[in-house]
Design a protein around this ligand. Structure first.
Ligand code: PBE
Length: 299
């Protein structure tokens, strides 16, 4: 898909040559700095996302806050803007994270973060409400044993992105990974139709993991799962106040540190379900910058 895509892009570039029009005044000026080319704008996601707070810290730590602006958007709108820019081979800078399907779909790079403001590699943890162990022991055992790898998550994400129904993508993955799935449900009592409430934010990774959790609980353990799409704050708050049961998208120790600390003591942390995530600023590979430091020099 990527090759096909790049083929179309380069043909287009050739045919329109110097008359190419950009999204901003300076985007087709060869001599403009990277900052000028992108209007000193970084395309962010939803305001409550951890990566937004981290990116604000990046702007201040790297001395970029005077000239640069972080634009609020959403996970889906950010990838749409990225797609639009790559289509026209224009420069763009977005907030990005790994694992994410966009690294398969496009040729991208994450800018170096020598000051490690994004916190380097992180984990994703599972948090459950207090009392879940007593009320729904089978679901608790499952959540406690739910662990997988970035490649697994990526596979589900990619299928969803390519248009597969979310539960179908989960089903396909579960059927292809029987041994791992069996290790999650080992010793877990069936739920006799009890409802498990799982809050999630519409970020590609959390959509995929929450759907896999739903599929396994419903099809292997006789629970019924209500996926509740919420904003980041309520995702944590609902576990802390017991109005929801379990969440599988707590990025720690850095991304969601504020939420974690705010509600600490009011939830049970079942530990890591995936290791090796990363957050950062992401650009198409055709841009000739490699580090967040380059944004400063390029001003
Ligand atoms: N993310 C994906 C989230 C966590 C999961 C990196 C966009 C965030 O920034 O809060």
């Amino acid at each position: 898909m990527l090759k096909k895509f790049l083929g179309i892009t380069s043909a287009l570039t050739l045919s329109i040559g110097l008359t190419a029009c950009g999204g901003s005044e300076n985007s087709n000026n060869e001599n403009a700095s990277v900052g000028e080319k992108v209007d000193h704008e970084i395309i962010g996601i939803d305001p409550g996302a951890g990566i937004m707070g981290q990116t604000k810290n990046v702007l201040s730590e790297y001395g970029l806050e005077e000239n640069w602006e972080l634009k609020e958007s959403s996970g889906a709108a950010m990838t749409a803007e990225l797609d639009g820019a790559i289509n026209k081979e224009e420069p763009i800078i977005v907030t990005g994270w790994i694992p994410h399907w966009k690294f398969f779909e496009y040729d991208l790079k994450m800018l170096d973060d020598p000051k490690e403001v994004y916190g380097g590699e992180e984990n994703i943890n599972t948090l459950v409400r207090k009392g879940l162990k007593e009320d729904m022991p089978g679901a608790y055992t499952f959540f406690d044993q739910f662990k997988w790898k970035p490649d697994h998550l990526q596979e589900v994400m990619l299928n969803i992105e390519e248009g597969m129904d979310e539960q179908k993508a989960a089903k396909e993955w579960v059927e292809n990974n029987e041994d791992l799935v069996n290790s999650w449900i080992e010793g877990a009592e069936p739920g006799n139709g009890a409802t498990v409430k799982v809050p999630y934010v519409a970020w590609a990774d959390v959509i995929a993991s929450s759907n896999v959790v739903k599929y396994v609980l419903e099809n292997k353990l006789d629970y019924s799962v209500e996926l509740m799409q919420v904003e980041p704050g309520p995702m944590f708050a609902s576990i802390a106040d017991g109005s929801a049961d379990a969440m599988v998208g707590a990025w720690l120790p850095s991304t969601h540190a504020d939420y974690y600390e705010k509600y600490e003591g009011d939830f049970e942390d079942l530990g890591v379900n995936l290791t090796g995530t990363r957050n950062g600023l992401v650009v198409p590979s055709y841009m000739d910058i490699d580090s967040i430091e380059d944004l400063k020099e390029a001003e």
